[in-house]
Ligand binder design. Structure first.
Ligand code: LRH
Ligand code: MN
Length: 429
């Protein structure tokens, strides 16, 4: 297993924990066998599961108020790949990174692809950025990008997205994620239908530039930075656009982009049912688009989302292939530790969803046996799947306890010696 950390450190740390892990695994194996479930089947599914990390989540994040840099945090795209490789070497669930342009723009994308390959990494969906004006940009996205009233500005935004596709092709990516901040802050400021029509026209031009085997993920968001209306504000608008644009156009569900208490698992079920579920930006939130660690606030919702995904996969017989990606802002933790915890929360929710007794659930649902149907889900949710995740990581050459092993590696203090200091400028990155 290649990776930036010495493998013998991981092996030494694992050796101290293997006995306890094997004991826990055997006891869970017996408990699941009594329920007619095969622990190894779930372990194999967990070993095959992968979620991408966001390059912008490897550095410290901030808010409009402040950002507090972490000594040793990654500065350059290559630094970010190194840290992503540490997350994958220890957690064995994050073999790809999702880049953001121009934040990750490099002169030689082929060299970046090669560097990633040497670190055991690949590239997932690329992300465009028409929500910020770049230094000495002669036009502005202040009043929108792909939906701006001026054709010249829309054309620059379309051009940028096509550039991102070209960069993605050079990196070996197979999809582009398009999130736009376009919207309004005052009633009357924008003709909301005309804006949506401009969006469809611009996106159809980007769609036309997609390579044959690519997908385009459109990301809806209720509000922020626009605070009265957002052009792509919800899953319904997103679905209409995806159906209008064509088969390569899919909807991306960022968990933080909905009103509080929205039933996101039902949105997932709907989009999957109509073949338009393109992927996820996993994170968690209590109020707005807080971009907190996945599963840290509402782990039950994450489980219910994977319950719908397992259900849909059984129905779609293999035609359901959402892109799993994390999109978080790490303001007060070491990003590597947060990504390790978040990847485990995501894989753990998947494992619990695989342990739902679907036959019993369907019978209880059809019989309107409410308590038993609810209990079929709750019983699976309450299973401690940590031994399955630990054994999967161990068998894949990763760490049984990733956080402890990461801290033992002294990676961050060592990088603090090598790397410069990140800027403290406020903002999400
Ligand atoms: C918008 C968003 C989008 C990214 C950005 C970093 O809130 O979720 O996915 O481009 O965060
Ligand atoms: Mn997102």
């Amino acid at each position: 297993m290649t990776g930036p950390l010495p493998q013998d450190l991981i092996d030494r740390e694992n050796a101290q924990r293997l006995g306890a892990l094997e004991d826990d695994y055997a006891s869970l194996e017996r408990a699941l066998a009594r329920r007619g479930r095969s622990i190894d089947k779930v372990k194999d599914a967990v070993k095959a599961f992968a979620v991408a990390v966001p390059t912008w989540g490897l550095g410290i994040g901030g808010t409009r108020f402040a950002k507090f840099p972490l000594p040793g945090e990654p500065i350059t795209p290559h630094d970010k790949l190194e840290d992503a490789a540490v997350v994958h070497q220890l957690g064995r669930a994050t073999p790809t990174v999702s880049p953001h342009f121009p934040w990750d723009k490099v002169a030689d994308p082929a060299a970046l692809r090669e560097a990633a390959g040497e670190l055991g990494l690949g590239f997932d969906a690329v992300n465009s950025n028409t929500f910020q004006d770049q230094p000495n940009q002669s036009w502005s996205y202040k009043f929108g990008s792909l939906t701006h009233t001026e054709k010249a500005v829309r054309d620059r935004a379309i051009e940028h997205n096509v550039d991102c596709i070209d960069l993605g092709v050079a990196l070996g990516s197979k999809a582009i994620t398009v999130w736009i901040a376009d919207g309004s802050n005052f009633p009357g400021q924008q003709n909301m239908t005309a804006a949506f029509d401009r969006y469809l026209d611009s996106m159809s031009q980007i769609y036309a530039a997609l390579p044959a085997d690519w997908r385009m993920f459109m990301e809806h968001k209720l509000y922020e930075p626009a605070f009265y209306s957002t052009v792509i504000s919800d899953w319904g608008t997103n679905l209409l656009a995806a159906q209008q644009l064509g088969p390569k156009a899919k909807c991306l569900v960022d968990l933080g982009h909905h009103a509080p208490n929205t039933n996101i698992e039902q949105i997932v079920a709907r989009l999957a049912r109509f073949g338009k579920l393109g992927g996820f930006h996993f994170n968690d939130s209590k109020y707005g688009d807080d971009d907190l660690d996945t599963g840290s606030i509402n782990p039950h919702q994450l489980f219910l989302i994977f319950n719908e995904l397992v259900e849909a996969a059984a129905r779609a017989d293999g035609d359901l292939d959402p892109a799993y990606m994390i999109d978080q802002s790490h303001n007060v933790t070491d990003p590597i530790e947060s990504l390790l915890l978040s990847a485990a929360a995501i894989v753990g929710s998947y494992a619990k969803a695989l342990l739902v007794d679907r036959e019993a659930l369907t019978q209880h649902q059809d019989a309107n046996d409410v308590v038993m149907a609810f209990s079929d889900l709750r019983r699976a949710y309450e299973i401690d799947v940590a031994p399955i995740l630990g054994m999967a990581r161990y068998e894949l050459g990763g760490a049984i306890e990733p956080i402890e092993t990461y801290r033992r590696s002294q990676w961050r203090p060592r990088k603090a010696q090598e790397r410069g200091r990140a800027s403290g400028a406020a903002g999400i990155v």
